[in-house]
Design a protein around this ligand. Structure first.
Ligand SMILES: Nc1ncnc2c1ncn2[C@@H]1O[C@H](COP(=O)(O)OP(=O)(O)O)[C@@H](O)[C@H]1O
Ligand SMILES: [Mg+2]
Length: 361
């Protein structure tokens, strides 16, 4: 359906895409992952002609859309785009947002566009908000309308650029569920996302982008469980595992908690698991262990890991110094909270102190 050959995009100071050659088949759901700045957004923007490639060709349904004689507005119609920041028209209500482009560009009669638009709003669960304006909706609702608006143009492919990155964690699920249902209906999609669990569930292909192109292209099982190439391996390991180190008594507590939050989002942890994880980190590491280790016991190392196969999160805390068991020797209230929130917890002491706790949903 789409053939990209030798695609190159240069900016004055950086060349994010050096040489991208890949084919996209009808019905493909492709998740695009990779470190920031590796050209993920640039690739989508070259596809829908928001950016002009420096070199290379893109062919859609046999038509070379990078050819100067090609009608760009026709091409854009084939590609729906959903952005991180919703981009709804603030002065139009929801149904007007959805039907504006079909009426203006596809010349669909207003009444028919309205019927179809209402059907789309029902499909994303927002028919009752048809008359509301963007500032009256939550982020998750706005993004669902943005998706309805993109589908209203009957595109052949939908491009999503981090559709859930700007959302409050409680609203990520509703947006992902709309994208999931589109995948089930066979919509061709490319989705730049940090939601690893979602990417695994929804896509048949994953592109890991690095080094100026698609560094590794494989099934979700390959990319997430057994990547073939080194940089993919390092990236995936970091996605699944978070390492924190407390090196001084003046720990940057807020910084740690926000790193845990980001880890939770990448792994699509439930709001509850994430909160429990943050609370246990605070109660154990900050309230209980830190005041009780002697200077020689630092650093305190924390490794948080998510296991996809068992859907469990584990947190292992190790520290030096004398034997100190926070569950029996430390602050009782603090230890009690951890015992209540975690599914499993325990302390052991060999050469160093080691605590392992687990969260089973
Ligand atoms: N319009 C632009 N002008 C100059 N440089 C840009 C522009 N857009 C993106 N870049 C640069 O290109 C690189 C890739 O950007 P981008 O595609 O947004 O990466 P990603 O989406 O993977 O984080 C970055 O170094 C970014 O700073
Ligand atoms: Mg980007």
């Amino acid at each position: 359906m789409i053939k990209i050959e030798g695609l190159r995009k240069e900016y004055p100071n950086v060349t994010p895409l050096k040489n991208v050659t890949v084919e996209i088949n009808r019905g493909d759901v492709i998740s695009i992952i990779g470190p920031s700045g590796t050209g993920k957004s640039t690739l989508l923007r070259c596809l829908n002609q928001l950016e002009e490639p420096t070199a290379g060709t893109i062919t859609v349904d046999g038509e070379v859309i990078t050819d100067p004689s090609c009608d760009i507005s026709l091409v854009r119609r084939k590609m729906g785009m959903v952005f991180q920041s919703f981009n709804l028209f603030a002065n139009l209500n929801m149904i007007e947002n959805v039907i504006a482009a079909p009426v203006a560009l596809l010349k669909i009669p207003k009444e028919q566009a309205y019927e179809e638009g209402m059907a789309l709003l029902r499909r994303v669960g927002l028919a009752e908000k048809a008359q509301n304006y963007p500032d009256e909706l939550s982020g998750g609702q706005k993004q669902r309308v943005a998706i309805a608006r993109a589908i209203a143009m009957k595109p052949e492919i939908l491009l999503f650029d981090e559709p859930t990155s700007a959302l409050d964690p409680t609203m990520v699920g509703e947006v992902l569920s709309v994208i999931r249902s589109l995948a089930r209906e066979g919509m061709t999609m490319m989705i730049v996302t940090h939601e690893m669990k979602f990417a695994r569930d929804v896509s048949n292909r994953v592109f890991y982008m690095d080094e100026g192109g698609i560094y590794e292209d494989g099934t979700p099982e390959q990319i997430f469980d057994a990547p073939l190439k080194e940089k993919t391996r390092v990236f995936i390991r970091r996605l699944k595992q978070l390492t924190l180190e407390i090196t001084s008594m003046e720990a940057d507590y807020v910084g740690f908690v926000s790193q845990i939050e980001e880890f939770g989002r990448k792994n699509l942890l439930s709001v509850r698991t994430l909160r429990n994880l943050q609370l246990c980190f605070e109660e154990l590491a900050i309230q209980n262990i830190l005041p009780n280790v002697e200077a020689g016991g630092l650093p305190i190392n924390i490794v948080i890991e998510y296991s996809e196969s068992t859907d469990t999160v584990s947190m292992v805390i190790t520290y030096g110094g004398k034997k100190f068991d926070p569950f029996t020797e430390g602050d009782e209230l603090s230890a009690g909270i951890v015992k209540k929130l975690a599914s499993e917890w325990g302390h052991s002491f060999a050469d160093e102190n080691r605590i392992e706790i687990k969260f089973v949903p």
